[in-house]
Design a protein around this ligand. Structure first.
Ligand SMILES: *Cc1c(COP(=O)(O)O)cnc(C)c1O
Length: 232
């Protein structure tokens, strides 16, 4: 078993090469460590390896990590999971970036409960899989237009998940389509939705995502492994 530090070095190398292949600068891509299935101890190894962007997908897991590590000012806290509106209050005070906004009821809660403007990605379901949440290509622009009334929400970009065991071609197609939607929204120059960023790519597909323009890759198992007994 390699250490988290060694794993991060390997990922870093692969990120750098994907950036070079696609003529992008390394600093356009942020590695977000998904610590949802590992302990606080393992998460500390991520921080010690100098990765300061952490992501959780459940309110409990988020609270657990924030309570243990939240005083570390170097950290940026990402929320990536499906959200129900009644859960927003459990993480809104500490969260820096929400990746999974796709309903008006959640937007309303964020707006009501936040004491500042919160950076959000709007989640899309580009692949159309029934199991995934997120908006379709027809829904996304009206949704973002609707968000204008919620002054504590800034849409910094779009997020999606590619199908897990699809072909490289199908995965790439999902990322291309997300980028096209991002470009289309960015062109509209909404003040509340600059929409310059793309949160896409996970352990098994982050290089394709970078080649197609990802600005945030969300890496779990490739970086921290799995500690299923600690799962919460
Ligand atoms: C779990 C999760 C990830 C990380 O997945 P890995 O395959 O472990 O890298 C990324 N994004 C979301 C939304 C997740 O729920």
């Amino acid at each position: 078993m390699s250490t988290v530090k060694e794993r991060l070095e390997t990922i870093e190398q692969r990120v750098k090469e994907a950036c070079e292949r696609s003529g992008r600068s390394r600093d356009e891509v942020t590695i977000v460590a998904v610590t949802k299935s590992v302990s606080v101890e393992r998460t500390k190894e991520v921080i010690d390896a100098s990765c300061f962007h952490l992501a959780e997908n459940r309110p409990n897991g988020f609270r657990n990590k924030v309570e243990a590590l939240g005083t570390d000012e170097r950290l940026t806290w990402h929320y990536i999971g499906n959200v129900q509106s009644r859960q927003v209050k459990q993480f809104i005070d500490e969260v820096d970036v929400i990746h999974s906004l796709s309903t008006e009821s959640v937007a309303k809660q964020i707006d009501k409960r936040a004491d500042r403007v919160v950076d959000c990605f709007v989640q899309m379901n580009v692949s159309g899989e029934a199991s995934k949440s997120g908006l379709t290509e027809d829904e996304v622009v009206p949704f973002i237009e609707m968000l204008e009334q919620y002054s504590n929400i800034r849409v910094i970009g779009l997020m999606t998940m590619a199908p897990y065991d699809a072909s490289e071609e199908d995965i790439r197609n999902v990322f291309v389509r997300l980028r096209e939607q991002r470009d289309r929204i960015q062109e509209k120059q909404f003040e509340h939705a600059p929409c310059t960023q793309l949160s896409m790519g996970m352990s098994n597909d982050f290089e394709i995502a970078i080649e197609e323009g990802a600005t945030h890759i969300r890496i779990g198992t490739a970086l921290v492994g799995k500690e299923s007994e600690e799962m919460k």
